[in-house]
Design a protein around this ligand. Structure first.
Ligand code: NAP
Length: 289
């Protein structure tokens, strides 16, 4: 069992701001990583009301915090408040990680790269593939941009509200990539034809884990890779249905670990202790199930 370092006058603080944020799994995951790296650092959740985001960002500078993670609904607001944005965050207008470089705050978006790493870790390659991405919300935007950078053959954005799918398809950039958009009810052929199917909707998430998946299981088949961004439960109704039909699956827990690992690497400059982070995350998830 890893234990936190005793806090003292040298302890450095990292945190996550959100509204709400008490459900966050990042504190156990990041504190386990700090302990493993022997860092006298602590990671704490801060519940910040929407009208206090500016003050929270100012506090990162004033308190000399190492940085923060940012979760819903503050990702866009923080992107407007930091001093500099990395290219991914600038493209998205959204920040999930802030690094404090001597009072100069740099905003990053690690969700998309975290997703891609989780897919690679599962032994899947996005290059040259036909990809169907369901959803057009905040996480879909981050994932779509990162997937497009992996040079798939085609990316089809599918959403319940078609106008949002169209809008996202118009924003994604990728050289030589065919980008399309479809309403969910007309997406059967595109999903069946896809080699990689990514569900970025919250459908199937606790406490509605038994809800029917947004992608009907009969659209899925052997040879596909099906990814679900939902991580609670780890094994969703969609992923179980996909496996029953012979598809390979990637859980959202992998993306959660990797987006946190990239954030930790930005703060510390050290390779993330992935095994320890994943174990802490899965323990925290299981404890809540
Ligand atoms: P969001 O911005 O609210 O977007 C939700 C998307 O899902 C929208 O496109 C919405 O369609 C669609 N949707 C919602 N309910 C639906 C339903 N019943 N049927 C069909 N489509 C539906 O949410 P988000 O921030 O992208 O987050 C989505 C999920 O990703 C959440 O479960 C979140 O926990 C998860 N997530 C996981 C990670 C990770 O690290 N694994 C990271 C980020 C997010 P409309 O446009 O029609 O409303």
């Amino acid at each position: 069992m890893r234990t936190l370092q005793a806090l003292d006058g040298e302890t450095l603080v990292v945190g996550v701001i959100g509204w709400p944020v008490r459900h966050s799994l990042s504190p156990p995951m990041q504190n386990a990583a700090f302990a493993e790296l022997g860092l006298n650092w602590v990671y704490v959740p801060f519940e910040v009301a929407p009208d206090r985001v500016q003050q929270a960002v100012d506090a990162v500078r004033a308190l000399g915090m190492v940085g923060i993670n940012v979760t819903v609904p503050h990702k866009e607001a923080v992107a407007r408040l930091v001093d500099e944005l990395d290219p991914a965050a600038a493209t998205l207008g959204s920040v999930n990680t802030v690094v404090n470089r001597d009072g100069h705050l740099v905003g990053y978006s690690t969700d998309g790269a975290g997703f891609v790493r989780s897919v690679e870790e599962a032994g899947e390659d996005l290059a040259g593939k036909r990809v169907a991405l369901i959803g057009a919300g905040g996480s879909a935007r981050a994932v779509a941009q990162a997937v497009a950078a992996e040079q798939p053959e085609a990316l089809c954005i599918i959403n319940r509200t078609f106008s949002r799918a169209l809008e996202l398809a118009g924003q994604v950039r990728g050289g030589g990539l065919t980008i399309g958009a479809l309403p969910l009810e007309s997406a059967q052929h595109a999903v069946q034809d896809a080699q990689v199917v990514i569900d970025t909707t919250p459908v199937g998430m606790h406490p509605h884990a038994q809800d029917a998946p947004v992608v009907p299981p009969e659209w899925l088949h052997e040879g596909q890779c099906v990814c679900d961004l939902v991580y609670r439960p780890r094994d969703t109704v969609l992923l179980r249905a996909a496996r029953e039909r012979g598809a390979r699956t990637v859980s959202g827990a992998g993306m959660l670990v990797h987006q946190g690992a990239i954030a930790l690497e930005l703060w510390t400059g050290k390779p993330a202790p992935l095994v320890v982070m994943r174990q802490a995350l899965l323990e925290a998830l299981d404890a809540r199930s």
